[in-house]
Write a protein that binds this ligand. Structure first.
Ligand code: LUZ
Ligand code: MOS
Length: 753
């Protein structure tokens, strides 16, 4: 089935927040962000700004009727700066005017008197000063500390990985309307309608039932709207609450880039030990997470780094420690992969360095240490249906890796100023929210009198095609045409307490709930049909292509007739269903359990070519063997792989998230912060499904596909470093991502003369 949104999207007919027709009298809000990263707010002079044309009101922390608090995991995040400023561009005042341009002009007239304090931007410095968001955590298996003497080779080093700006095409925003009884209705650009509802509840001090939050779709999110859709909805609602008028707040791209948190940069110290035959005997890593000024979802991101610190390898003695460090940056947040890529990167960096020192290719170590059937993850779960080796082998069958290697060697021998490199990355990604309680989904299915079907779930469509998959489920179970089915916007009045659409679980959780709802309605319809046909044995009845079959043959009764009869006979043709992932649990006191419904495996091979005169590079080829389980929509899923690959390549190569020592984002617009374009795409991309088993905990056996393939971008980094080494084998291997063109240039001429 084609993605049901494609047609409207390409015609520009799909409604995004900024396209919603606004009500008469709608006001526009613009956020004033603090001019420094750390300080004490002495006074705020709003008098000039208030006199500006069109300005209706200016709100500050003092106007918050409830709590000035939106922290979702830890209550450490004020909605607006009150006495203290924790990061540059922290929301400090909200200007509301007749038009956005008038509000924006007034912003410049606000004068803040601030006692500036030194800013911390580096997680290592925060760690030294013991500024932690939560206590450090360690996942451990075996005893690496006892093994160093027994290893034949031990290597240690440091690595760094930069953050990433989400660059969702649609910036953050919300539109709040005042309803007759003082309730607030919010259209919000969020991945989590219920988080927005709770945020507004806290800030306005209203009960949750007075707040309705709705999301039609998002123009991308990538995690950036999991927690951070909330502040803008709270601010718009605050103004709406006081002024009793509709208020719209849509961030300008530049404000969005400066004010919102991003993927967490990490710094690492590692130590890795090998046996003679290149088995990893012990691995220890300390990860310093740059959390930004408040917790946001950093403790959960930290957890995913712990879970993925062993990547796709079995390491019998392993200790992964993460420090979640508080710095004066905007609160860093969820981003596709959610701390996983960081945990995987440092292990690949350790393997790469070890391979270099041992004079072998990293792939020798990789292959020797892959997870195998029944091996243990450091967190206690056992790798059943483990396809790590299988995906590695399938890649090697499909693509003659030795031949690629020889071609590269030949190329490098015959080219002076241009070098090629190849890297392989084996993937293992755990699917489920690491917080067990979030693994639940809801679906509300109604059948109307004319036989058309309406479905509301807790999931949010953000371009990933989840509404298409949910339509497929309903269409299959009820055996009606997809055109009969409409997926409605996600809304807190239809789906309460929904988990965020995150952790790649949206289709599994809400699709399975839809499966339950449709099956229950179908069972009742079959009973009714049996009654109408005077049949006792319901198993003789089936629904197919809008016909009711008896013993496999069409009867007089069709879908429309059956629905009319159901209403006549007072049979319930609506259902609210709930699905909670079975079998999963995690014991935080032991740091052991079975947190993931299943794992997604895969292996990617990337080839890069570096221009050693310019420091530029191209990615020539990406060959990916990916574990879809049994994909229920290969078009949608391959689209996710390609998008994630590009985003992962961006993360590892050209996207440079740079803050100066004052906590100012240096590349704060889309001409200096470069995201990958078509020229960054590999010249050849092959995505080939792993021949694996469908997984029963995945929707229709079709494994989650949102986040895991982003990690394939890690191979881009190592393929480039490999090419650089072919030019200069003496260069430093200090391994810090992203490997920008500038960094290539600075590195490849080291120690040459
Ligand atoms: N969000 C979350 C996530 O709250 N918990 C998770 O485990 C997670 N994983 C990936 C992306 N978002
Ligand atoms: Mo996410 S990183 O919101 O799945």
């Amino acid at each position: 089935m084609k993605n049901i949104d494609s047609k409207m999207n390409v015609r520009g007919e799909s409604l995004y927040l900024d396209d919603y027709p606004v009500k008469e009298g709608c006001l526009h809000a613009v956020v004033y962000g603090s001019p420094v990263a750390h300080g004490r707010l002495k006074s705020l002079d709003l008098s000039e700004a208030k006199k500006m044309p069109g300005v209706v009101a200016i709100f500050t922390a003092k106007d918050i009727p409830g709590e000035n608090q939106i922290g979702s995991i830890i209550p450490d995040e004020p909605l607006m700066a009150d006495e203290e400023i924790h990061y540059k561009n922290m929301p400090t005042a909200l200007v509301v005017a007749r038009s956005e341009i008038e509000a924006r002009r007034a912003i410049h007239k606000i004068k803040a008197e601030i006692e500036e304090l030194p800013a911390i931007v580096c997680p290592r410095e925060a760690k030294e000063k013991k500024k932690f968001i939560v206590a450090p955590r360690t996942f451990k298996m075996g005893a690496p500390e006892d093994l160093w003497d027994k290893c034949d080779h031990v290597f240690s080093g440091t690595a760094d990985m930069g953050g990433q700006e989400h660059v969702y095409l649609e910036t953050q925003g919300s539109y709040a309307s005042y309803m007759e009884d003082g309730s607030i209705r919010v259209q919000s650009g969020t991945q989590a309608t219920s988080y927005v509802q709770v945020g507004i509840q806290k800030v306005l001090g209203l009960p949750q039932h007075m707040i309705e939050v709705e999301t039609i779709r998002l123009g991308g999110a990538f995690g950036g709207k999991e927690d951070q859709g909330t502040p803008w909805a709270c601010l718009a609602s605050l103004a709406c609450y006081h002024l009793k008028k509709p208020v719209k707040l849509v961030l300008h791209r530049l404000d969005d880039m400066r004010m919102t948190g991003k993927r967490h940069p990490y710094a690492f110290d590692y130590k890795i030990g090998f046996s003679k035959d290149h088995k990893i005997m012990a691995y220890e890593v300390e990860c310093y997470q740059n959390g930004g000024a408040s917790a946001d979802v950093s403790p959960a991101v930290m957890e995913r780094t712990l879970f993925h610190g062993g990547s796709s390898y079995f390491i019998p003695n392993i200790a992964i420690t993460v420090y979640s460090c508080r710095t004066n940056l905007p609160p860093n947040t969820a981003f596709r992969g959610f701390g996983g890529p960081q945990g995987m990167f440092v292990l690949e960096a350790a393997i790469f360095k070890a391979a270099h020192e041992l004079g072998i290719d990293a792939s020798v170590i990789q292959e020797k240490n892959l997870l195998y059937e029944g091996s243990n993850f450091p967190y206690g779960q056992i790798a059943w249906n483990c396809d790590a080796k299988k995906s590695w082998e399938q890649l090697h069958q499909e693509c003659d890796v030795e031949e690629v290697r020889q071609e590269i060697e030949e190329y490098n021998k015959t080219h002076q100023d241009s070098k090629k490199g190849m890297a392989i990355f084996p993937l293992c990604f755990g699917v489920s929210f690491t917080k067990t309680s979030l693994n639940q989904g809801f679906s509300l299915v109604h059948i109307y009198k004319d036989g058309s079907v309406s479905i509301s779930t807790g999931v949010i469509e953000m371009g990933q095609g989840v509404n298409t998959k949910i339509t497929q489920v309903a269409s299959d179970i009820l055996s009606i045409a997809p055109e009969r089915i409409r997926i409605h916007p996600t809304n807190t009045t239809r789906t309460a307490n929904a988990s965020p659409t995150a952790a790649s679980t949206g289709a599994d959780l809400n699709g399975k709930a839809t499966q339950v709802a449709c099956t229950q309605i179908k069972d009742r319809l079959i009973k009714l049909a049996a009654k109408l046909l005077n049949i006792v044995d319901c198993t003789r009845i089936n629904l197919q292509n809008e016909k009711i079959l008896l013993d496999g043959r069409a009867t007089e009764i069709d879908w429309n007739h059956l629905i009319l009869q159901a209403l006549e006979e007072r049979v319930k043709i609506s259902e609210l269903a709930h699905y909670a992932t079975p079998q999963i649990y995690f014991d935080k006191t032991k740091e052991k359990g079975h947190p993931f419904a299943y794992h997604v495996y895969g292996t990617a091979l990337l080839v890069s070519k570096v221009d050693c005169l310019r420091g530029t590079y191209e990615i020539e080829k990406a060959h990916i063997v990916h574990d879809f389980g049994k994909s229920m929509n290969l078009d949608v899923d391959v689209g996710q792989i390609e998008g994630a690959l590009m985003q992962g390549i961006g993360l590892m190569t050209i996207e440079e998230l740079l803050y100066n020592e004052k906590g100012t984002l240096v590349y704060d617009n889309l001409s200096s912060y470069k995201i990958p374009d078509i020229f960054c795409a590999p010249k050849e991309v092959i995505v080939s499904p792993l021949k694996s088993k469908p997984n029963e905990l995945a929707l229709y056996g079709s494994k989650a596909v949102g986040e895991p393939p982003l990690c394939y971008g890690i191979a881009a980094y190592f393929s480039i470093v490999k090419a650089m080494q072919a030019f200069n084998s003496k260069m430093d291997l200090e391994l810090s991502a992203p490997i920008t063109h500038q960094k290539v240039m600075e590195t490849i001429y080291q120690k040459l003369c």
